[in-house]
Write a protein that binds this ligand. Sequence first.
Ligand SMILES: NC(=O)c1ccc[n+]([C@@H]2O[C@H](COP(=O)([O-])OP(=O)(O)OC[C@H]3O[C@@H](n4cnc5c(N)ncnc54)[C@H](O)[C@@H]3O)[C@@H](O)[C@H]2O)c1
Length: 422
Amino acid sequence: MAADRSPFIHRRWPYYPPPRLIFWTAVFAALIVFLVFHSPPPDAPPDRRPTAAWGGQGWERRVLASARPRSNSPSHAAGRGHLSVLVTGAAGFVGSHVSLALKHRGDGVVGLDNFNNYYDPSLKRARRRNLDRAGVFVVEGDINDAALLSKLFDIVAFTHVMHLAAQAGVRYAMKNPASYVHSNIAGLVGIFEACKSANPQPSIVWASSSSVYGLNSKVPFSEKDQTDKPASLYAATKKAGEEIAHTYNHIYGLSITGLRFFTVYGPWGRPDMAYYFFTKDILKGKPISIFEGPNHVSVARDFTYIDDIVRGCVASIDTAQESTGSGGKKKGAAQLRVFNLGNTSPVPVSKLVNILEKLLKTRANINVLPIPRNGDVVYTHANISYAMRELHYKPTTDLQTGLKKFVHWYLDFYSGNAKWVP
Ligand SMILES: NC(=O)c1ccc[n+]([C@@H]2O[C@H](COP(=O)([O-])OP(=O)(O)OC[C@H]3O[C@@H](n4cnc5c(N)ncnc54)[C@H](O)[C@@H]3O)[C@@H](O)[C@H]2O)c1
């Protein structure tokens, strides 16, 4: 019995663990379970977060009300019938402007956006408030949610889908490649799948990008040029999107129009784009970096004002022919188009900074650096003759005028006074 009390016996692993050990083991196990189920993986793409709940009678009523065109809409008067458009990426920069333009002229519009945090989601929510006031309901959800898309098509016979949701940005692709595959490849396929199964099938207009021209050195860039040398993963996903569009047009008779936007800027713009963060940094007195190409060549962009882009998007909807299939079956050849939407007058980034300095009445503290090899190209310039012919597209805003409107909005917005001026 004395041996039972020896120190040796007490150091052995006890057969029945003491209550304190059981307690801490349980706490530790619970913590691990919590972390496994509640933490996102370290590099989770921002748009993979769970989406808000949707559905229910109130939700369906809001979708229906938003999708209803005005009885005297100009589209109807022009013989195109009543339009109901599903706009994906509606809380985004281009999507919010296009949604408002369509709603203002009397079309029915339902928005869809996942409000991801690639850039400050509070800007997306501010855009959503503008849309709300105009009678556009933006559904919170992901384009990869097949059940949500199928529900939306059950409720509304959309005549058109304006597909603008995407993971944008060239440099971020090196940080979070999966988000580009998720939104620009899988998401695009999800949209095409929903459209091909819908009855009637809608016509689709979607955003490709000027970045598909990649390492192309022939300028100005024409839709007939080869686009098989993308310089970034972003560009590669947009190029892949154009090929996927061809497949869905060929197999299912979907009418599809791809738009290659060239550096869009303007009020309610994107904080990850140079004109936007240059403005922020100049005002804060922070240094800004501008890049130059080999042999000190200026980096230049064909900056295109948002209102011109919106007119190109709306004209694409108005000239889109109907899809020919129904319920997943093709009934005949359907329209397949790709247009450049640019301003067709490239401006060096140094000139953009000069204009901003004058508008902000502040000197910029500029560092000139060689262009990094992270996907940016030295020069973009759109040949827009095809869009001019087919869409009557004619950009009217030069960079000085457009930046003046942007700066005016920026100062108002960040002082809490911005009103939507369409
Ligand atoms: N702005 C430009 O200069 C430019 C140039 C070329 C091409 N584009 C293309 O035009 C389109 C619109 O661009 P933008 O400048 O308005 O960008 P944006 O980021 O402001 O808008 C995209 C919107 O899509 C949403 N979104 C992203 N992934 C989604 C998903 N999986 N499900 C639902 N919503 C999702 C985002 O939350 C965002 O609000 C994009 O396809 C972009 O690639 C833009």
